[in-house]
Design a protein around this ligand. Structure first.
Ligand SMILES: Cc1ncc(COP(=O)(O)O)c(C=O)c1O
Length: 400
């Protein structure tokens, strides 16, 4: 470990609030599917900033869009009309059945907006006292007070923050009866991820999703889909809910939307959009000219270059390769899971040791729920990169 790295760690502990358990790596630059440390050692990146830099790191074409827009207009606030956000809205709405969009700055803020929209729609359009949102166990929806309450996980995410806001109920994953039993006269919405990312790369079974949609219809409540991690081609469709042939009333996006610049969005049907009115919801920065211009280009590239199809193909290849390792290392890999390039390798050996072994061999990925290696490389990843990842994993599995 370099002296410079130790200095960085010391500076950080003196300067920053102690909220992150960081990986033992300082990244000085990144390009495509590779990260570089302080000594310019190269790392294979199968994390892409937690499913954010889906088109790869530090792209010249996006840097050009950024710079050009920054020279013209960076920020004026949402008191003014701005064309870049309209261009982006048109492109985004062309990818789905939603009718309207609200731009914000992060995944948590998008989910917070979705929850507010559901509540206000029920109160102001339907004139009903419905405010409760039902979420699933192991879900992850963010770290604002409402979204952490919505999150179906316990532990440091919630400890010490009481009192948490009212109006959230979490039910066991996959249990339709529990969901049915949780719906009451105050229920406004059911909120789901199509693939639980943080929760261990768990796709929702199709029949479960059909039941959820049916329950929403029967009870006349809204379906909110959190596509913060799954959206923008990650799972092999532009939006993961499109695998299931469903139309959510509200869904959210963030992460890959501006390929690394902070941006979020709430997308909704024209009907649900009636829940917002001037003054009811706002943000200073959301939909700013620079992020909007970049995100519009991101959407174009994803569509022009068939990133959804690529995610399916590369995800399929990763699954084949991981299954070969599973046969080769009995007792160490229990299975694979996921959709497209939101891909999980379920370990049945020491998860942290495998993750550490990969990092020591300069391969970056993420470990969720203690035993699931979450692979979310840029969608531009090549088959050779996946083969390299699996070769290194093979060696690490020999060693643990
Ligand atoms: C499904 C999901 N929702 C919400 C969030 C929160 O997004 P952000 O960290 O941008 O607030 C995340 C972040 O990992 C996520 O995976």
């Amino acid at each position: 470990m370099s002296n410079k790295f130790d200095q960085i760690k010391e500076r950080e502990s003196a300067l920053l609030c102690n909220t992150y358990g960081r990986y033992p790596l300082a990244v000085s630059r990144a390009k495509g599917c590779r990260l570089y440390d302080l000594e310019d050692n190269e790392y294979l990146d199968f994390l892409s900033g937690i499913a954010v830099c889906s088109l790869g790191h530090s792209r010249d074409d996006l840097a050009d869009v950024m710079a050009e827009q920054a020279r013209k207009l960076v920020h004026v606030s949402n008191l003014f009309y701005q064309e870049p956000q309209l261009d982006l809205a048109e492109k985004l709405l062309s990818t789905c059945a939603a009718g309207k969009v609200f731009f914000c700055n992060s995944g948590a803020e998008a989910n917070e907006g979705a929850i507010k929209l559901a509540r206000r729609y029920m109160r102001t359009v339907r004139n009903e006292d419905r405010f409760e949102v039902i979420t699933l166990e192991k879900s992850f929806h963010g770290r604002t007070l409402s979204t952490l309450t919505a999150t179906g996980q316990e532990g440091p995410i919630k400890d010490g923050f009481a009192p948490l806001p009212e109006g959230f109920v979490t039910v066991p994953f996959g249990n339709v009866n529990a969901l049915r039993g949780a719906i009451n006269a105050h229920t406004a919405a059911i909120m789901i991820e199509m693939v639980q990312g943080e929760g261990g790369v768990r796709p929702l079974p199709t029949d479960y999703v059909d039941d959820i949609v049916a329950l929403c219809k029967e009870n006349n409540i809204l379906l909110i889909v959190d596509e913060v991690q799954t959206g923008l081609c990650r799972t092999g469709r532009f939006w993961a809910h499109q695998h299931y042939g469903i139309t959510p009333d509200i869904f959210t996006s963030a992460k890959a939307l501006a390929n690394g610049l902070p941006m979020g969005a709430v997308l909704c049907t024209d009907e649900a959009a009636k829940g917002f009115a001037p003054g009811s919801h706002a943000t200073t920065f959301g939909g700013g000219a620079v992020v909007s211009a970049v995100a519009a280009r991101v959407v174009d590239i994803m569509l022009e270059q068939g990133m959804a199809e690529r995610a399916l193909e590369m995800g399929g290849f990763a699954k084949e390769e991981a299954e070969k390792l599973m046969a080769k290392h009995p007792g160490k890999i229990a299975g694979t899971r996921g959709l497209g390039l939101l891909f999980g390798v379920e370990l049945s050996c020491d998860g942290p040791a495998v993750w550490k072994g990969l990092l020591e061999k300069r391969v970056v990925c993420n470990l969720t729920q203690g035993t699931i290696l979450r692979l979310v490389p840029p969608l531009t990843v090549e088959k050779e990169d996946i083969a390299t990842f699996m070769e290194v994993l093979d060696t690490v599995l020999d060693e643990v």
